[in-house]
Design a protein around this ligand. Structure first.
Ligand SMILES: [Ca+2]
Ligand SMILES: [Ca+2]
Ligand SMILES: [Ca+2]
Ligand SMILES: [Ca+2]
Length: 343
């Protein structure tokens, strides 16, 4: 996690001030109260995450000016005094991390078919991992943002962090077996709250979802997203009641948590877990991670999105039907790592 020194000192100061203001053992009616009752985190939450409450602080106003929704970024301090980047730490502004070429991008290049995109692919955009490897093509649609690594090497990032919805085609040269590792982000308008304005509500919890197909040079499908992939969440919000999330081994389960839209999200909580440093590598041990949960096209809601529907021959191929995947909660889990090794 990134530390912003200035902000850290400021938040420390505000925590000190807050603790002073909490020193009074009398509530507004003059009754003596147990100071622990003021700390819902220690009183209610029993999981392994760091817990934030309320809105984060904006550090980047908008990552992507042409976007329909504003792709803001920021930080939030959790009750254990750690600072987290929200919605996720990403490499969007890092020029050394390549943008994935467009499959369909309303602000860039849009192809009508996968075949057309493949024929037009500029091979200088192909990423070499192994010089004597196989040439692999990947088709990816992510709601809202992804970063793709193959064997720990950065291969492509999503051109549009939030909206409009877009899709990508990537090519890379690698020897099999190889490991696909992706950071997936369901972006948010209200930092740390996991919400966006939608359907007349100021705080609507948006959803995620990612589908991908990988083919060899002969256009044989060698990998599709499905429940054989691993998926783990590292940021879950909004949480309205700290009693609702549960954990069973590595499963971070928020399926009991309320997902209704609200007008006021100022008291919402967020759950943050540290991402292991070597998560992109082929030798990272993901064996204890949960398998990915699959979601139908209807649940993700892609019917009206040409960045998906133009390419259903790839994404919905009857003999190799790629599934939308995410962690166990496609609404509340907002930063998810998925991994899969292609034999
Ligand atoms: Ca995107
Ligand atoms: Ca969400
Ligand atoms: Ca979304
Ligand atoms: Ca499909």
């Amino acid at each position: 996690m990134k530390t912003y020194k200035k902000m850290y000192i400021l938040s420390l100061l505000s925590i000190i001030l807050l603790s002073f203001s909490n020193c009074s053992n009398n509530d507004s009616n003059g009754n003596t109260v147990d100071p622990d009752d003021d700390n819902p985190v220690t009183d209610e939450y029993s999981g392994t995450a760091s817990v934030s409450q309320g809105m984060g602080i904006t550090t980047i106003d908008n990552l992507y000016e042409p976007g329909i929704r504003i792709a803001t970024m920021g930080t939030i301090t959790t009750s254990d005094n750690t600072i987290w980047t929200v919605p996720a730490e990403v490499n969007y502004t890092d020029n050394s991390f390549p943008f994935a070429p467009d499959l369909h991008n309303s602000d860039g290049t849009s192809y009508n078919t996968a075949e057309e995109a493949l024929a037009a692919f500029d091979d200088t955009n192909s990423i070499e991992i192994d010089s004597d490897g196989d040439l692999i093509t990947g088709y990816i649609f992510g709601d809202n943002y992804f970063e793709l690594y193959i064997n720990g090497q950065a291969v492509g990032k999503d051109a549009i962090p939030f909206t409009e919805f877009n899709s990508h085609i990537v090519k890379f040269k690698v020897s099999r077996p190889f490991t696909i590792a992706m950071k997936l982000v369901d972006w948010e308008e209200n930092l740390g709250l996991g919400t966006e304005q939608n359907g007349g509500f100021a705080h609507h919890p948006g959803d995620g979802g990612m589908v991908a197909v990988f083919e060899d040079a002969l256009q044989n499908t060698i990998a599709i997203t499905n429940s054989d992939w691993k998926a783990q969440t590292f940021y879950t919000a909004p949480i309205k009641d700290l009693n609702c999330p549960t954990e069973n081994g590595t499963i971070r389960d928020s399926s009991n948590c309320n997902t209704d839209s609200e007008m006021d999200g100022t008291s919402f909580y967020g759950l943050h877990w540290e991402i292991p440093t070597n998560w992109t590598n082929e030798d990272f041990d993901d064996s204890s991670w949960p398998n990915a949960t699959t979601y139908t096209n209807a649940i993700i809601g892609v019917d009206n999105k040409p960045s998906y529907t133009n390419f259903t021959d790839v994404f919905d191929d009857a003999s190799n039907d790629a599934q939308f995947i995410w962690s166990t909660n496609v609404i509340l889990d907002n930063e998810v790592i998925v991994r899969y090794t292609v034999e």
